[in-house]
Write a protein that binds this ligand. Sequence first.
Ligand SMILES: Nc1ncnc2c1ncn2[C@@H]1O[C@H](COP(=O)(O)OP(=O)(O)O)[C@@H](O)[C@H]1O
Ligand SMILES: [Mg+2]
Length: 637
Amino acid sequence: MAATEDKKKKSIQEICSLSPGGPPRSSNDRSRQDVELIEQGTFEPTEHFYPRVLNAQIHPLVRSFLSLGNNRIIKRYCHLHPEANPAAVAKVLKASTRYFQWGGADLFSTTTDRGQKRFVVVETNSCPSGQKSMPLANEDASESEQAGYRTLLEKSVMPTLRAGKFNGHPLPQGKLAVLYDKNKMEASGYAATLADLTGEPVYLVPCYAEDLHPKVRCREDGVLEICTPPAVTDEFGKACVSMYSDGQESPVWEPVRAALRYVTQRPWTRLPPLTRTLVFNPVLACLAGGRNKMLAAKAYDIYNAEIAHTGLTIHTPETIWDVAKPEVPLWVGRMGGLAVVKVPYANAGQGVWTITHEKELHAFMSIEHRYDRFIVQALIGNNSWSSVSQSGRLYHVGTIPNLKGNIYAADLRFMIGSSPEGFFPVAIYARRARLPLAEKLDTGTNSWDVLGTNLSFKRLDGSWGTETERLLLMDSKDFNRIGVGVDDLIEAYMQTVLSVTAIDGLACKLINSKGQFGMKLFQSLNPDPKLLAELYPTQLNPPLLPVELPNMVDVCHSSSVQVLIETEEERLARELQQDVIRSQPLLVTVFYLGGNWREGFDAINSADHQICCSQRGRGFTAHQCSSLDRQCYLPID
Ligand SMILES: Nc1ncnc2c1ncn2[C@@H]1O[C@H](COP(=O)(O)OP(=O)(O)O)[C@@H](O)[C@H]1O
Ligand SMILES: [Mg+2]
């Protein structure tokens, strides 16, 4: 039976790899990766976790952190941070994001010259890796073998799938899919788990940037389609391949109602920012900062200003954005000759240059880059060689010294999800650099070996490899080497939640009043012609949320405006005198038309729904803030 199934799977793969009309391609052609159909009951832990992880025992401190829940985390965080406003901390952790629902931050444990320890967010990734490196948290539970795969899907995706609605719009008819361009181990784990949760087969679809015959496309109405074989069911109800009457097998384009996206390399080149299909996460989340370090830096800045009064802050290394290549040496000089230059839209360490001496700067300057804009970031190194930033120097706490007395630079990956009940932790792992953190750096040193913690590397044929020997697990063996405790995990969780919230906030602002991707605002926030030229051209039509702007003249002259915050379902329920349960907090844009920003913000911040404020004519304009479920205009004098 198993052999027959294997054969069936193979034949589906063979057919899918026949791209329409395409000639046969060489064996290392990436477009030969096949579409696969993943059935229920096919989750094999050995295929979705590193072998080391399968044999690992989670460290009791990590298990205890994972069992805390947001209420106890809020209590502990506020106890350790008397400056933080408890209501604001609770609000942040219990909020649900709108677009950026699954993120992972890379964090450094750092210390200042005065020994003040803090976690610093180096970057925030949309669709992050992490599942295959996380030991089982609960070996007794019946679904435990699917671990974080199930937690994330169950809490973040299934509520929307069960409701059949996303952001107030019904999902289209269609199949389920997982799109990927990397990390098939995790992508296939999600597909198998999703098949189990929905009781429906899931297409696992390669989505490579360089695919000459893409397997995914977007219809004008925003529905994604995938290139599948004319797969139907056999007499046993199992998926198989049908033949057309002339004996020709030809692929068909199937609409997709929901897709988990593990597409990490320039995803905006082959998917539009928003789609009618539920995409988890939409590409909008990547453009707003999830795969765009430039906009992420701006999002943190904007959000830090918004939450300044709550005692919460996202800690990041000082970052200079919109830097053109000729300016790079000036900014590196301003940071004391040590800095990190990043291509904002690359990942897996490919677009990052750690600069600690002239030769490294020269190496960066002599390369022809794909894009025109960079960010320059304060370098976090050792105490005698870290960038001088405006807030002083930060340096790596690093790993606990090994038997040779070596300390390594390390980072922590913290993956979280957003659910209707708020955020939750999903997976954590750490990575160390190749070489120990030297006391002094010679001018001949390749500083990447001392600072670079990425495990992935790109082979010459374009495929990816992983240096797992530098991976540090949350298990009883590695955890003590990382040198963090429960309070550190709480700190890292909080920083991750804040950075994801900041990027989600910017994503909301990138939707214009017509409910479409606000290209004008994006262009001005991200003035990089080469990036703009890469964007997938489709605009969602009809738009996601057509909103009618009220007549501004009337509103401006009224002394008060009634703010009615109610969904269509809630209105109906009210009329029928039924109870309604609001599954997600409503997002309300409030434009206040007078007074100052801070007063306006504070006045409306006390409401128990999420609000995005904007002051017309000052700083923000209406279309930057109008992505939300309702718009209200509130004159504040
Ligand atoms: N400010 C910094 N100081 C020191 N090292 C850094 C800094 N920023 C990044 N790095 C190193 O470069 C790696 C890659 O940077 P990151 O911003 O996470 O980009 P990527 O998307 O390529 O992973 C990090 O894992 C870290 O090892
Ligand atoms: Mg990274």
